[in-house]
Design a protein around this ligand. Sequence first.
Ligand SMILES: Nc1ncnc2c1ncn2[C@@H]1O[C@H](COP(=O)(O)OP(=O)(O)OP(=O)(O)O)[C@@H](O)[C@H]1O
Ligand SMILES: [Mg+2]
Length: 442
Amino acid sequence: MEKIDVLLQMTKSNPENASAWYLLGLEYAATGKNNEALQAFTEALRCNDPALTQQIIGELGKLSLAQSPASAPVQSETSVPAEAAAGKAEVVAVYQTNDAERHEAVDEAADETKAEKVPVFAINQPKAASHIQGLGSERPFQVISGGQAGKRDRAETPITFADVGGLHAVKNAIHMKIIKPFVSPGLFERFRKKVGGGILLYGPPGCGKTFIAKATAGECRARFIPIHISDILDPYIGVSEQNLREVFSSARANKPSVLFLDEMDALGYNRSRSATSSMRTLIDTLLTEIEGIDTNTDKMLIIGATNMPWDVDPAFKRPGRFDKMIFVSPPDEEARATIFRIKLHERPIEQIDYALLAKETDLYSGADIENVVELATEEVIAEIMRTGVERPLTMKDLKNAIQSTQPSTIDWLRTVKNYVKYANQGGLYNDVEAFLSRYKRI
Ligand SMILES: Nc1ncnc2c1ncn2[C@@H]1O[C@H](COP(=O)(O)OP(=O)(O)OP(=O)(O)O)[C@@H](O)[C@H]1O
Ligand SMILES: [Mg+2]
């Protein structure tokens, strides 16, 4: 098989493999297939691998020079901005057919990156030389700096800890255990400290486990890769394990990444209770994959989540695996006020007392608060349709909605109370115990 065919196959099986796209680009360039080379380098840039960004820009520059008449001077804009050199800025190659379209695209790219304010730069050809030969449709091209994340992620600004109301203890624990070693590995390297394993978030439903995992990825400027059990499990023997291995290798290929394994109770179902041997094989595969990760070199974090920590296989809780379990409790008063603020943002509202709303929603989860806001909004819309008179959402609507709902976390807290009482070996559930001690009614 030709080298190009092998590389094509690699990019087909994993379109996020920046190295494969880059090598493919080199092969095409070496054989004079400039159009294909350009497309391959563009794909490589889209994968947003900071380690390769500079090389790819260099190759694109060479490609551009190769297409210019020998006399055409390279303009100063060809220099790579500091952000790109540092591997921070993503660069997107854009094909244009005319000047008007080019400006549109530049504006669009600038819009997409306005949070970053990364300067737009281009490998511009002098007017006469702006048509690249050999590209079929004679299209000039330019390189525009983009945002930090991949093209698909750019549509939404990443969530960070600033978007998460309260949960200070959880944020601190995540900072110490995984963000610090991830963003400043130097100290850990000097002490030969292996940084690996992950954290396991547990708590009642709707309290922000998925949300804070997403925010962790935002904090580390890493790609968020959520995995649900349905993505992994397959009735055919060996396929689930294969799926799992592929998930890990894709996370490695897309580093830096935060791999979020949801429903850990179902994935790592307590071995003694698991009925089939195939599930045990899957558990072993997952354990091997987790142990194989060294955050220093892999730039990859693992966050697991579950509502039923007592059903998670104890093997996952040993050092080097999910050796830190963090309780994501129902939001406290301050966090509830923040969540109300977020959920009511951009809706027509009148004189909202967030502190009072927070006071009246003790033990409500973030999802419960979202539900309160939705119910109140539905009522207002129904009334407007009935009367034909438009009005904003008021405190009264929200209070009515609160009165018609119950916090959904109570059942979970009652269940965990028994585990705290009878199965708190090694102080596994101390945080829950401290939380419960403040609520006599549970
Ligand atoms: N602390 C918080 N700050 C801001 N928003 C929150 C917070 N906690 C929850 N939310 C909001 O509540 C919603 C539900 O949270 P999330 O999906 O993260 O819950 P979960 O703990 O993962 O639930 P489950 O156990 O059912 O998976 C989110 O969409 C988020 O907007
Ligand atoms: Mg979740």
